[in-house]
Design a protein around this ligand. Structure first.
Ligand SMILES: Cc1cc2nc3c(=O)[nH]c(=O)nc-3n(C[C@H](O)[C@H](O)[C@H](O)COP(=O)(O)OP(=O)(O)OC[C@H]3O[C@@H](n4cnc5c(N)ncnc54)[C@H](O)[C@@H]3O)c2cc1C
Length: 409
């Protein structure tokens, strides 16, 4: 499609932009257009594992994640397009006393939220996931039968199809080069395919969202941090219907992908990019860190010794945007009418896309809850923080994604 003048312009065709376009159109916004510089889902979203875990460390986050799972479960029936939701269940494994205490606390929160969870022993873990070759180090596990994952590209395509059903204009290979602001309000965007008028701009440019905002004088700490996983060649017994596995003490997650093992993690010494050096339209480094991926395999071999000898089929990697407080950045920017953020996903922008897009719609309404208000970009405006410490804090959010003391080696 060709870009044209419109009321609402969503920049970015990843999970967040696609969800935003659908939810805005569904909320009654008219003349919504989505501009994506490459192909849909071709950046961070296309690299994601798609995991959705509902059991969290706070009641609020647990309820939000439950709402997301419900949304994905009913996606096809409600929207008429499939996001390939797989309700495989998940197992969160504990080996040491602090991890057991965390599991018990999470289980209590889950029960308070009405989420069906079960604390189980190693033998039951192996029954649910027979591909775990060695369960001797498992002290306890949390089984969440209604957890699962989406296929990120299917999710984006489904949001886009549903958005198009509501009349949204979707233009790929259209890069926003600059945003026009007239008398303190968004008036248009300049693209590689010409200039268009628009009144409401949603910046959902993923790891480039901070760079795009900076062009309009908005400084927001959205820090790209490297995250990656590998998928092995087919291994006996593995398949896509096995439960998602999370092992916080070694900061590893895994699931079946096709007939292979998908295994990723959060390294304790992460790699981030100085956000002030990210530019609109420039590519981010595109090489996986094989040393780190090797460390993930070494950690996971405690449960699946054969993983270290398995051939690697492919490595997925990208630079999800992290924030210093680990929270989304959603809502209107003070001082520029019509400039709205939908970014800073802290590596849960696929599973959190529907929730984030709902918050976005709410942030534009007359009734904004304290929770949604707390996600506002204005918590970082004006800039009283330093770029270097904001970068360090955001990177630390990724490194401590599972806030657990490491096991002694
Ligand atoms: C290896 C890996 C595993 C992950 N696993 C999970 C997981 O299991 N669960 C989960 O929820 N999340 C996961 N994530 C995180 C998730 O991928 C991100 O949080 C999510 O994809 C962010 O979506 P987004 O739409 O904000 O960003 P993106 O997908 O990066 O989309 C932003 C889009 O904006 C476009 N764009 C940028 N600038 C412009 C411009 N100027 N003009 C037009 N278009 C522009 C880009 O081309 C891009 O397509 C993972 C990430 C990685 C890297």
């Amino acid at each position: 499609m060709h870009p044209s003048d419109c009321q609402v312009t969503v920049i970015g065709g990843g999970a967040v932009g696609a969800a935003a376009a659908y939810f805005l159109a569904n909320a009654g916004y008219r003349e919504v257009q989505l501009l994506e510089s490459g192909a849909l889902g071709s950046a961070t979203t296309g690299q994601a594992a798609g995991l959705l875990g509902q059991s969290r460390t706070t009641l609020e986050r647990t309820k939000l994640a439950m709402a997301s799972a419900k949304f994905f479960r009913n996606f096809e029936v409600d929207l008429g397009h499939t996001a390939d939701w797989r309700e495989t269940g998940s197992l969160r494994i504990a080996m040491s006393a602090p991890a057991i205490a965390e599991l018990r606390s999470i289980a209590a929160i889950a029960s308070a939220a009405g989420l069906d969870v079960h604390l189980i022993e190693a033998a039951q873990v192996q029954e649910l996931c027979p591909t775990l070759e060695d369960v001797s180090s498992i002290s306890l596990a949390l089984w969440v039968p209604s957890d699962g994952y989406v296929q990120p590209n299917s999710l984006v395509n489904a949001y886009i199809a549903a958005a198009k059903d509501l009349g949204v204009n979707v233009c790929t290979h259209t890069s926003v080069l600059d945003v026009e602001i007239t008398d303190g309000a968004v008036s248009g965007v300049v693209t590689n395919r010409g200039r268009i008028s628009t009144k409401l701009l949603i910046n959902a440019a993923g790891p480039w969202a901070g760079a795009l905002a900076r062009k309009s004088g908005i400084e927001l700490p959205i820090v790209p941090v490297l995250h990656e996983y590998f998928v092995t060649e087919p291994q006996a017994g593995w398949h896509s219907g096995l439960p998602n596995l999370r092992i916080p003490e070694i900061a590893i997650y895994a699931r079946g992908e096709g007939r292979g093992i998908l295994c990723g993690g959060f390294e304790r010494n992460g790699t981030s990019i100085d956000p002030t050096e990210v530019d609109v339209g420039t590519a981010l480094p595109d090489t996986p860190n094989w040393e780190v991926l090797g460390q993930f395999a070494e950690q996971f071999k405690r449960f699946v010794p054969s993983v270290v000898d398995a051939g690697i089929l492919t490595a997925f990697h990208g630079w999800p945007g992290f924030t210093p407080d680990g929270r989304f950045i959603v809502g209107p920017v003070a001082g520029i009418k019509g400039y709205v953020m939908a970014a800073g996903c802290n590596a849960h922008g696929v599973s959190g896309s529907a929730g984030l897009a709902k918050h976005l719609v709410e942030s534009l309404s007359a009734q904004v809850s304290p929770y949604v208000e707390s996600l506002s970009p204005n918590r970082f405006i004006p800039r009283t923080w330093q770029w270097s410490s904001a970068r360090n804090q955001a990177q630390a959010i990724c490194e401590n994604y599972y806030p657990m003391p490491s096991l002694p080696q």
